[in-house]
Design a protein around this ligand. Structure first.
Ligand code: TXA
Ligand code: MG
Length: 318
C-alpha cells in the first residue's frame, strides 16, 4: 500500500535501496529512481508501462552537477541555465559515458533539469546520485499535479509519494536541445517560447514530420483523459452539435449557455494564462471522474503559455 508522506529520510532510504518514490516538482509529480540503478530504471518503465524508446529526464539540485552528466555545455545552454534554473526548463545535451543508455533510450544526449520545489531540492541534496523522473502517470494518461493523483494511479504498485502539495506550474517543463550553438524547441512547456527567445533569440522548432522523433513526447497521444475529448474555438456552437450528451467543459472564457447536462471548469477567473496552465490537469482529472460522454476544451489564445496549453489539449484529443 502506498504511503503519502513528507518524510525526506524515508524517501532517501527507499531510493538508496533502488526503489521508486513519486516526487513533487513545480510542474507535475515525477516517478523517481537512481539513474545509476538498472533495477530502479527498469522499474520506472514497467510501472508506467512506458515504451523503452522514450527517454527520461534527469533531475539535479544545482547547475554545478550538470558537468557530471554531460560532455559539453554550449554557451546558450549556460545562459539558459543561469536565467531559468531552478525552474521548468530542461536542456538536452551530449551525455557523458557514465550516463546509462537506459535513461537516454540509446541516444547520445541526455535531458537534464533543476526542478523548483523545495522538498525535492532538499531530497536531491541528501542523495549522492541524480534522479530520473518521468511524470508519475501511466504512459499516455493525464499527468499528476497532486499527491492524490499519484495515489489514484499507483496505490498498489508504488511504495511512497513524497507530498509536496499541488504543483504550482501545472504543466511539464519546456525542453530545449541544441544543434551546435543553435537552440531547438523539443517540447512546449511551463516556460513560454517568448521567455526562452528573449535570452537566446529565435528558436528552431523540431521537425514534426520526422518519422523517428527525437522527443517522443512531442508527437504521440499523451496527456489524455479516458473520456473522449475535443477542442473547439466556439464552445456555444460546438454544444449545439451534441444536444443529448453529458458534457464537461474546459474553459478560458465563461460566456457559455449552461444547462443541467454541462459541467464547467473555468481554468482562470481573470484570464491569466499562467493560472490556467496551473489548473489544467487537475480540471481534466476532475472531469474524467464524472462519467461524462464528452469533454470539450476551448482553444486558448496562441501566445505565451496559451501555446503550451493548446499543445497539451491537442494531444488529449488524438
Ligand atoms: O516537467 C517535467 O519535465 C516532468 C517533471 C517530473 O520533471 N517530467 C516529464 O517527464 O515530463 P516525461 O518523461 O513525461 O517527459 C520526458 C520527455 C520525453 O518524452 C522526451 O520527449 C524528452 O523528455 N526527452 C528526454 N530525454 C531526451 C533526449 N535525450 N532527447 C530528446 N528528448 C528527450
Ligand atoms: Mg509524461
Amino acid at each position: 500500500m502506498i504511503k503519502i508522506s513528507t518524510d525526506l529520510l524515508q524517501a532517501k532510504n527507499i531510493l538508496e535501496k533502488e526503489g521508486l518514490v513519486a516526487i513533487p516538482t513545480e510542474t507535475v509529480y515525477g516517478l523517481a529512481g537512481n539513474i545509476y540503478s538498472h533495477k530502479a530504471i527498469d522499474n520506472i518503465f514497467k510501472t508506467k508501462n512506458r515504451p523503452s524508446n522514450n527517454p527520461l529526464i534527469v533531475h539535479i539540485d544545482s547547475y554545478e552537477k550538470l558537468a557530471d552528466l554531460v560532455e559539453e555545455i554550449p554557451e546558450n545552454a549556460k545562459k539558459l541555465a543561469e536565467v531559468f534554473w531552478p525552474n521548468p526548463l530542461t536542456l538536452v545535451l551530449k551525455k557523458k559515458k557514465s550516463v546509462p543508455y537506459t535513461i537516454t533510450a540509446g541516444k547520445e544526449t541526455v535531458a537534464v533539469r533543476v526542478p523548483n520545489h523545495q522538498l525535492t531540492l532538499e531530497l536531491l541534496k541528501k542523495l549522492d546520485f541524480p534522479l530520473a523522473a518521468p511524470s508519475a502517470n501511466p504512459f499516455g494518461s493525464i499527468s499528476p499535479t497532486s499527491a492524490q493523483h499519484v495515489v489514484d494511479y499507483f496505490k498498489d504498485t508504488l511504495e511512497m509519494v513524497l507530498d509536496g502539495g499541488n504543483c504550482k506550474n501545472g504543466i511539464e517543463s519546456t525542453i530545449i536541445g541544441f544543434e551546435n550553438e543553435n537552440p531547438i524547441l523539443y517540447r512546449l512547456g511551463s516556460i513560454s517560447v517568448e521567455e526562452v527567445e528573449s535570452i537566446v533569440g529565435p528558436l528552431k522548432i523540431l521537425n514534426k514530420n520526422n518519422s523517428s522523433p527525437i522527443a517522443p513526447g512531442m508527437l504521440s497521444r499523451h496527456y489524455a483523459p479516458k473520456t473522449k475529448t475535443i477542442v473547439s474555438k466556439n464552445i456555444n456552437e460546438e454544444l449545439k452539435k451534441h444536444p443529448n450528451l453529458k458534457i464537461g467543459l474546459l474553459l478560458f472564457n465563461d460566456d457559455i449557455d449552461s444547462n443541467e447536462n454541462i459541467v464547467k471548469e473555468l481554468l482562470s477567473n481573470n484570464k491569466d494564462l499562467k493560472e490556467a496552465a496551473t489548473n489544467l490537469y487537475a480540471a481534466m482529472h476532475r472531469l474524467d471522474q464524472k462519467n461524462l460522454d464528452l469533454i470539450i476544451a476551448e482553444k486558448f489564445p496562441n501566445k505565451s503559455l496559451g501555446k503550451s496549453i493548446n499543445d497539451r489539449l491537442k494531444r488529449a484529443t488524438k
